[in-house]
Design a protein around this ligand. Structure first.
Ligand SMILES: Cc1ncc(COP(=O)(O)O)c(C=O)c1O
Length: 377
């Protein structure tokens, strides 16, 4: 038995021999997604700095590095610490490092010269600057700018003033600007409008970079980042790097947004039909603890239910989940039998990943390896 209580099978096995539910990556699709995104940017001289939160898996990350990624974007100290230990030398922690433990952590990693952090306020910057000076290090930072997502990030018109206030603090060095164009998640069903909004976000960030340069700052990095925006925002002249994360696996959200097809989705939860007592309803052994409850309200389901070979099941909706039970409903559910295997493409790959300690790596129906998932909360 593994530490998670799942019976571990010797590998080089078949999908139908796994204990369900199981998180599975289709390695052929994974490698295709990595290669396509890498080529897209290499051709245009744009740096690719994928967000590691999607996989949290070294076997995936090392493939991204081999394909040309310059480093990674991280969202938590655990992700930064993990990749730092792996020897990755260009990390962007795209989060505000607030609180004494995070400040201490940033300064300890910054001493090795491999970490850039995001900042948008003096409240976050001042304690960091004090700690940097006390330790004798300089911490590079990217000014986070709001280009429509309205999460963290200064408003573009305030960027020059805020950049000056923060950059004047000893111990900090302005390295560039960054934005996360998460607002593009609201454009399901209108890819043309999504692409336009992506270009606007990229354009806004470039105009902020221009203003900062005119004010005398050296702006080395102009960084945009999202999977729906991966085909638009980075291609605005002046953007230097792209930070998509979800693209390694894609997911049902990205299919709805037109970023991918179901056939591009590399991550699935393999589940078994365990009960078929009522018409139009098949119960599977994957619920919200296997899928996460991410985006259920917007998607109207927990994911796309497919056959074991990845074809969406006709007239079946994964409409509801308890902790370890899932409800496949609709007329198509009557074709399912107890013991049948299904593969579910999750709504949000990053949320699903975070539910698991390991992922099975498969080519077709052959399972070759079991890869650890690291740096979870
Ligand atoms: C700061 C930042 N950069 C990049 C990304 C990657 O975006 P996506 O998950 O759409 O690939 C995210 C996603 O949340 C993010 O928050």
């Amino acid at each position: 038995m593994s530490e998670t209580g799942t019976p571990v099978r010797p590998l080089d096995t078949r999908l139908d021999q796994l204990c369900t539910p199981a998180l599975v990556v289709d390695v052929d699709r994974l490698e295709r997604n990595i290669a396509t995104m890498a080529k897209r940017y290499a051709d245009k001289g744009i740096s690719l700095r994928p967000h590691v939160k999607t996989s949290k898996c070294w076997d995936v990350a090392r493939r991204q590095l081999s394909a040309g990624a310059i480093g990674f974007t991280c969202s938590t100290p655990a992700e930064v610490a993990w990749l730092h230990e792996k020897g990755v030398t260009d990390l962007l922690w795209a989060h505000q490092p607030v609180g004494p433990r995070k400040v201490e952590f940033v300064v300890s990693i910054a001493a090795s010269g491999t970490l850039t952090v995001a900042l948008d306020s003096l409240e976050a910057a001042e304690p960091l600057a004090r700690a940097a000076v006390a330790t004798g290090v300089t911490v590079p930072f990217a000014l986070e700018v709001n280009t429509g997502h309205a999460r963290a990030g200064v408003e573009p018109e305030n960027a020059a003033v805020r950049a000056r206030q923060i950059a004047m603090l000893p111990g900090l060095r302005l390295r560039g600007v960054l934005t996360h164009e998460g607002q593009l998640g609201g454009y399901a069903g209108d890819r043309a409008a999504l692409e336009q909004a992506g270009r606007s976000a990229g354009g806004l960030l470039v105009s902020v970079a221009t203003t900062l340069r005119q004010a005398g700052f050296e702006i080395e990095v102009v960084s945009v980042g999202s999977t729906p925006g991966a085909t638009s925002a980075p291609f605005v002249d002046g953007v230097t790097e792209a930070r998509p994360g979800t693209y390694v696996y894609y997911d049902a959200n990205q299919v709805r947004l037109g970023s991918a097809t179901v056939q591009d989705c590399a991550l699935t939860v393999l589940a078994s039909v365990v009960s078929r007592q009522r018409p139009g309803r098949a119960i599977i052994d994957a619920g919200i603890k296997a899928m996460s409850s991410d985006a259920i309200a917007t998607a109207g389901s927990l994911g796309i239910a497919c056959t074991p070979n990845g074809t969406p099941l006709a007239d079946v909706v994964f409409s509801e989940g308890n902790e370890e039970h899932g409800y496949l409903t609709g007329p198509g559910a009557d074709t399912l039998r107890v013991g049948d295997l299904v593969r579910i493409v999750p709504n949000h790959a990053c949320g699903a990943t975070n539910m698991w300690s390991a992922i099975y790596a498969a080519r077709g129906c052959r399972v070759m390896e079991r890869w650890p998932i690291s740096a979870r909360h």
